[in-house]
Design a protein around this ligand. Structure first.
Ligand SMILES: C[S@@+](CC[C@H](N)C(=O)[O-])C[C@H]1O[C@@H](n2cnc3c(N)ncnc32)[C@H](O)[C@@H]1O
Length: 284
């Protein structure tokens, strides 16, 4: 194996350090250039809410709560200087879109996207969050106001089941979060868009056995009954399109783990320690 003489090794390390420091300098200089024409100030008016940036620690926490992956499309509604869109692309490898109304902030955010070297992944669009189609998002981030979250809520609830939403500071009224996080960086709340499962379903198994389940739903909370004797469901859970529940059939407990797809569920039904595949269909 060829060995590098110590002098050459030092030279090589020196070159790497030189380029790393030079590129940090260039980044700082370029960032400064972004602020040459316009310096935003905290509390400056936006359209429906003023600009206040989320601090870096909470940006990271929010994206971690949403478990952002390179396969995700992250939309930050009210993007400010683009920091959430930039972090999603730079630190989590996702595609991201920041929607911002204020044209000065849009220009600044686009410049910062370029400096961060994530132009291929992060896009800033000028627009009103109430008029922009963000239905392709798999993750939505918000730092708005409680009443704006509530205005967005019907649209968010119509998104693909499993879409993740994280809000800095503000809740969604009676749609309780699936998870909350509080630290010195601030509060963040996390929701998963639930599938719509309310109705009466018939589950059919491979041996021509079947049972009916009636489901009621309040956001991600599910209640209901099963079978002709209408036994209450227990251990219910709905995360996106993954539904679980149990009920007693006489002395036997039946456990159902199902994937919801519109009016169909593909279910694993466990009874007496034996698991079988069932298909559930929602009745008219
Ligand atoms: C509280 S700041 C949050 C900025 C960024 N998301 C963050 O967490 O750092 C809210 C941003 O929303 C923008 N905004 C307000 N109303 C808007 C609307 N209707 N459409 C798009 N952006 C809006 C404001 O200009 C501001 O930059």
């Amino acid at each position: 194996m060829p060995r590098l003489c110590p002098l050459r090794a030092f030279a090589a390390i020196g070159t790497v350090v030189f380029f790393a420091v030079a590129s940090l300098d260039a980044t700082a200089n370029n960032q400064e250039n972004c602020y040459r024409d316009f310096q935003p100030s905290t509390g400056q008016p936006g359209k429906d809410v003023v600009w206040v940036p989320t601090n870096d620690g909470l940006v990271k926490r929010m994206l971690e709560m949403a478990d952002v992956k390179p396969t995700d499309i992250v939309y930050d509604l009210g993007a400010g200087d683009g920091k959430i869109a930039i972090a999603a692309a730079r630190d989590f490898g996702a595609r991201s879109v920041g929607v911002e109304y204020n044209p000065n902030m849009v220009k600044l955010a686009r410049c910062l996207v370029k400096v961060a070297g994530v132009e291929d992944k992060a896009k800033i669009i000028q627009g009103d969050i109430f008029e922009t189609d963000f239905s392709e998002a798999t993750v939505v981030t918000l730092y708005l106001l409680p009443e704006l979250n509530l205005r967005l809520r019907p649209t968010l609830l119509k998104m693909k089941p499993g879409t993740r939403i994280v809000s800095h500071a503000f809740l969604m009224d009676d749609w309780e979060p699936d998870e909350s996080s509080s630290s010195e960086d601030g509060h963040a709340y996390f929701w998963i868009v639930p599938a719509q499962v309310a109705g009466t379903w018939t589950f059919r198994g491979p041996d021509a056995s079947s049972f009916d389940v009636h489901l009621e739903q309040s956001f991600q909370k599910v209640f209901g009954t099963a079978g002709p004797t209408k036994r209450s469901l227990t251990e219910t859970s709905l995360r996106g399109n993954e539904l679980e529940f149990a009920f007693n059939d006489g002395a036997v407990q039946v456990r159902v783990v199902a994937r919801v797809d519109g009016d169909r569920m593909d279910a694993q039904v466990t009874r007496d320690g034996k698991t079988m595949k069932y298909v559930g269909q929602r009745k008219g």
